[in-house]
Ligand binder design. Structure first.
Ligand SMILES: [Cu+2]
Length: 71
């Protein structure tokens, strides 16, 4: 499992944070999703052998938020 930290901008309320969390939870192998809306931080773990990081980023962008990779 690999840990991923992303900067996600555009989350203006707790509803947004929940939407992001839900979208990520639907991506295969993703777990331990944590959304810190105030700091635009989203962390999670996933299996890098089965899922591309791009698929995770896409899941967020698809519902309308911007992702900036934090390494
Ligand atoms: Cu919102």
């Amino acid at each position: 499992m690999k840990k991923l930290l992303l900067k996600v901008t555009g989350m203006t309320c707790d509803g947004c944070a929940n939407s992001v969390k839900k979208a990520l939870s639907n991506v295969d192998t993703v777990k331990d999703v944590n959304v810190d809306r105030k700091n635009d931080n989203v962390s999670l773990t996933y299996d890098e052998d089965k899922v591309e990081e791009a698929a995770i980023v896409h899941a967020i962008e698809k519902i309308g938020y911007k992702v900036n990779r934090d390494n």
